[in-house]
Design a protein around this ligand. Structure first.
Ligand code: FES
Length: 300
């Protein structure tokens, strides 16, 4: 039995905006429709948008969903969230925000929020006459999970957008791996590859901002001040942009203790990779002898 929030149950028992929006002859208004999933796979969602053409604004949104409690609630939440937004604003709505609107979803049901976000995107691309396959390239990526027809590009995207670190989480978000299981090793490889790319990107960004070499001799106070400066100016902005953050906890000799926060501190593998990246940056800017340690929040 799944644990649902009150909001999920409220929108399941009394869904808002259920149904279709019929084409009308109303001046200055167009209807857009996006459809994702398939009844054969267990979930399907058709989203209808009523768009005010001159303002590119969503006047109304309705849904028709075949699926479970979470799918119905996610669809209903999505329609409530996007009414009144411009299409560009609506495109920024993430599956994470849909889940947050509901007060959270069971991990194994996160794919319902992903389905909502994809239906929204499909509707807007249909409205704009953009081939979704050209934008999303889901169908162009190599097929990883044949049971659910999920490509590597779709798996990469959901890993990046939701900071997933295990194959089990990927299954929860897009179902890949949830059938015969033969694709689980490939999903693990994709996760590793995405994490390596993230570390490389962090190093690239921080290296770009490096304009001076480290001073040779520093007093302890100067060293701590420089470490704090490098963290504040060159490391934290990158982490914050990615949903994380860090705090300088202590400096003992050449050991720099940091407290990883937000998305950065939520999993052991990202903690390990970030430690390597932060350490490389501090060694480059302050002292080659520095070692970074991530402090457990409970010990801080
Ligand atoms: S191929 Fe992915 S679960 Fe079967």
């Amino acid at each position: 039995m799944w644990e649902y929030t009150d909001k999920v149950l409220e929108l399941f028992y009394n869904p808002k905006n259920q149904g279709a929006i019929e084409d009308s002859a109303e001046y200055g208004v167009k209807i857009a429709t996006g459809e994702v999933g398939s009844i054969a796979c267990g979930d399907a969602l058709r989203l209808h948008l009523k768009v005010q053409v001159d303002a590119d604004k969503i006047l109304d949104a309705r849904f028709q969903t075949f699926g479970c409690t979470s799918a119905i609630a996610s669809s209903s939440a999505l329609t409530e969230m996007i009414k009144g937004l411009t299409l560009d604003e609506a495109l920024k709505v993430t599956n994470k925000e849909i889940a947050e609107y509901l007060g959270g979803l069971p991990e194994a049901k996160m794919h319902c929020s992903v389905m909502g976000q994809e239906a929204l995107e499909a509707a807007i691309y249909n409205y704009r006459g953009i081939e979704r396959v050209a934008h999303d390239d889901d169908d162009e990526g190599a097929l990883v999970c044949t049971c659910f027809s999920i490509s590597d590009s779709k798996i990469r995207r959901v890993i990046l957008e939701n900071k997933l670190t295990t194959a089990e989480e990927v299954t929860n978000y897009v179902k890949a791996g949830g059938g015969c299981g033969s694709c689980l090793a490939a999903i693990d490889d994709i996760i590793t590859s995405v994490q390596k790319e993230a570390v490389a990107a962090l190093n690239t960004v921080t290296n770009k901002s490096s304009t001076q070499r480290s001073p040779k001799m520093l007093t302890p106070v100067q060293k701590i001040a420089l470490i704090q400066k490098v963290l504040d100016e060159e490391v934290r902005p990158v982490l914050i942009a990615d949903g994380g953050d860090l705090e300088l906890f202590d400096v003992e000799g050449d050991t720099v203790k940091v407290l990883l926060q937000g998305a950065c501190g939520s999993c052991s593998s990202s903690t390990a990779t970030l430690k390597i990246a932060i350490e490389a940056r501090l060694r480059d800017r302050v002292s080659i002898d520095l070692v970074v340690e991530a402090v457990e929040p409970s010990l801080a």
